[in-house]
Design a binder for this molecule. Sequence first.
Ligand SMILES: [Zn+2]
Length: 430
Amino acid sequence: MCALTKIMKYELRYLDGFPDFSAMQNAVWPLQRQTREILNRTIQEAYRWDYFSATKKKETGEYPDLQKETGYKRLDGYIYHVLSPDYPDFSSSGVNATIQKAWKKYKSSKADVWKGEMSLPSYKSDQPIVLHAKQIKLSGDTRAAAATLSLFSNKFKKEHEISGNVQFAITLHDNTQRTIYQKLRNGEYKLSESQLVYDKKKWFLYLAYSFNPAEHALDPEKILGVDMGEKFALYASSFGEYGHFKIEGSEVTEYAKALERRRRSLQQQARYCGEGRIGHGTKTRVGVVYREEDRIANFRSTINHRYSKALIEYAVKNGYGTIQMENLTGIKENLQFPRRLQHWTYYDLQSKIEAKAKEHGIAVVKVNPKHTSQRCSRCGHIAAENRPKQEVFQCVKCGYACNADFNASQNISIKDIEKLIQETIGANPK
Ligand SMILES: [Zn+2]
C-alpha cells in the first residue's frame, strides 16, 4: 500500500533568528514575491522548451535532444540552472522545491494546454513559500512546540550577519494538532514538502506529513458496483445486498452545460474579432474563453473530489475491498456535445475514485458496460424491453422491478460480469 500525505495548518509565533519581528517579516516577504516569480517563470520555461521542441519537429521531423541543446538531462534541472542565479537570497532547496511545484503542475496540465482546453497555468500574488522537508526542523514537545525554517542562502546570512534560520513557536490548538505533531516528532509520521503562509497578519505553517494508512478490514471478495449516470452521478451497490449508496448529481453537468454554451458564444465573438483586426480586442476575448474553461474544470474537480471521497468512505465503512466500474475508454471519441462533456465529467470522477481507492488499498476493476443496464440482475435476462422508462427497470421475463440505476449497479458489482453476459448472449443470439 502506498503512503498517504495529508496537511495540517499550524499557527506560528515568531521566536528568534532576526533582530526582531519586523526585521524577520521584511526579510521573508521578498521570498514570497520571488516564489510567485519562480513558479511562473518555471511554467514559461517549460512551455518555451515544448514550443521549441514542437517547432523543431515540424521543421526537421525530429524532436530536439534536451541534453545537446541545454547541457541538462532533465528540463527541471535546466530550469534550475536558468533561474537560481536571479534569487541569491533564497535557499537553494527552497528554489528547487518551488520549481518542482510548478513543474509538476505544468506536466499535469500540459496535455489540456496543448489541446487548447486550458490556459497556461499562472500563479497570482500571495503565493505560499514552498518548503522542502529538509528546510524544516521540528523541536520541543507538545507544551513548547517549535519549528526552525531554513529559508535563506548562506550568502544572505553572511551579508546580514544573522543566524538566518527563522524560529517559530507552533501553536497547538487541539488534540488532532497535538497528535500529529507528536507523531512527527517520534518518527511515526514523515515530514513532507510544506508551505509557509502569511495570512491576515499571521504566519501559518501548512505542514505536510505522510504515513502508511492502517489496514482496514477490507475483503477483496466483497465487490461494490458503481454505476454513473445523469440522474445519479453515482449509484453503488453490491450484488444481493439491498443497501446502496447514491449521489444525485445533475449539478456538475448542468453547470458545465451552462458554461459551455457561454464559451461557445464567446468563442464565436472572439473569432469574429480576430478577422482582419489586430489589437487588444482578440486577446482579451480569448482570455475570457480560457478562463471559462478553467472554471468548468475547477468546478468539476471540486465536486468530483467530494463525490469520490464520499464513495470511498462508504466502501471502507462497509468493508468493500474491490470496486467495479464501467470501462469508459474508447467511448469518448464519437460522442457529441453535451454527452462528450458529461463523459469528461465521468472520466474525471473515475480517476479521482481510482486514486482514493488506491490510498485505501481498495482494488479497482473496470468492466465493459455493454448490456449492464438492460440485464436483469435477478434472473440474468437481457432485453431492451426491460427498460420501459429511463429510470425504471422491469424484467419482462421474471417481473423483477426496481430503480434502473440500482439494477445496473447490481450487475456491475458481479464478479466476471462480462463473461456472464457473453454466455447469455451466446445462448440466445439475436
Ligand atoms: Zn428477470
